[in-house]
Design a protein around this ligand. Structure first.
Ligand code: GCU
Length: 362
């Protein structure tokens, strides 16, 4: 990996195996304490700390179509509710269970739209692939706006949040964990094969969610770019300055410290991917998505791979060069593809996720 390593070195990318006392982690047993450090870093410096899980999540079936998608699946809408410091909060979840499969693997899709299916969510293809799906619409949690009164945001500290308290990415990730609480009650789902998926801002969310919740066997980031899968040091396209100017509310206030100071960060985004290890990660990029920077997303997977070696596994298995369009890397515990085209969550991307899930977990 001389070529790829030299790019990481030129970019000054920190070694994820070196902990806060500069001790290099050498075995799988000490890795879990390093994960706790990494979760602390992203909690206090990037996305903001979330409150503890509610003691109970209740569910209520509000709609059911027993013959959905040409009769191949049952599509239900379920309201989840739980207590918060300011009373009960609830949000709807879509569940699509294929009839032909038992003990079904499941994708939890953190979605840009309440529609099922949707342009980013080819549900029929996914059930035909043998997968169940749960999804929720992110703005049913809280608005994607710079305010802290709507929805879940208003149920906790609201506008009085502290500099290390949750921004909206943390709120969406935490809500995906509440959906996971509910999925645990579903007998027909195989609990060992549940992946969380998101695109772009919701790809950042999916990674952060998978990091914090080991019940997800895989975290899938589609074109999550800046403050998601992509290495920040030397990144092209969007930088921390851009993202905290346009979307300050996605993060905790402390994240502003790193505007134009990427080089001083005691971490970089491959730490986020690494903290999912030894579970699975999938990162997908599009060549035309220069704002996200495919190269920096790929390099993050390379830099995170060292961690898997502690477990006698492989992270990203790749040739020693940057990928070309059409590259699909499905050998190791980190899956990756680079497709043609622009910023979008496409059928091609979903096919990649399904192939990887099948290859790793069947
Ligand atoms: C903007 C933002 C990105 C984000 C994207 C999206 O382009 O700058 O960071 O990933 O929106 O969510 O589509």
């Amino acid at each position: 990996m001389e070529e790829l390593r030299s790019i990481l070195k030129m970019r000054n990318v920190p070694n994820v195996l070196k902990d806060q006392n500069s001790t290099v982690i050498k075995d799988d047993k000490t890795w879990s304490s390093r994960i706790r450090e990494i979760v602390e870093i992203f909690g206090s410096q990037v996305y903001g700390y979330s409150p503890p899980a509610p003691s109970k999540v209740s569910s209520k079936l509000v709609k059911e179509d027993k013959d959905a998608f040409a009769g191949k699946a049952v599509h239900s809408v379920i309201d989840l509710s739980f207590d918060t410091p300011r009373g009960e909060f609830s949000f709807p979840v879509n569940l699509v269970m294929p009839k032909a499969v038992s003990k079904t693997p499941l994708f939890l899709h953190i979605a840009f739209s309440p529609n099922v299916p949707d342009k980013y969510f080819p549900v029929e293809e996914i059930i035909d692939g043998g997968f169940a799906m749960a999804s929720f619409y992110y703005e049913d949690i809280t608005k994607d706006k710079d305010e802290f009164e709507s929805g879940l945001a208003g149920m906790y500290s609201g506008a009085n949040r502290k500099p290390d308290e949750w921004g909206k990415i943390s709120m969406w990730a935490w809500s995906a964990q509440r959906v996971m609480d509910f999925i645990q009650t579903l007998e027909e789902v195989d609990k060992a094969r549940i992946a969380v998926v998101g695109h772009s801002r919701l790809g950042k969310t999916a990674l952060w969610c998978a990091v914090q919740d080991e019940r997800f066997v895989m975290g899938i980031s589609n074109e999550s770019g800046c403050s998601g899968a992509a290495i920040s040091r030397g990144k092209k396209g969007e930088r921390i300055r851009d993202i905290v100017t346009t979307f300050p509310y996605w993060f905790c206030e402390n994240y502003r410290e790193y505007v134009d100071r990427e080089d001083k960060m005691p971490f970089d985004q491959h730490f986020l991917i690494s903290a999912i290890a030894p579970r699975y990660v999938y990162v997908s990029s599009a060549i035309g998505d220069e704002w996200a920077d495919p190269e920096s997303e790929f390099l993050s997977c390379v830099a995170a791979s060292d961690v898997y070696e502690l477990f006698g596994a492989k992270g990203l298995v790749t040739e020693d060069r940057l990928p070309e369009v059409g590259t699909k890397l499905h050998e190791g515990h980190i899956g990756y593809h680079l497709r043609g085209g622009t910023h979008y969550l496409s059928r091609y991307d979903w096919q990649g996720f399904m192939e990887f899930m099948r290859r790793k977990l069947y």
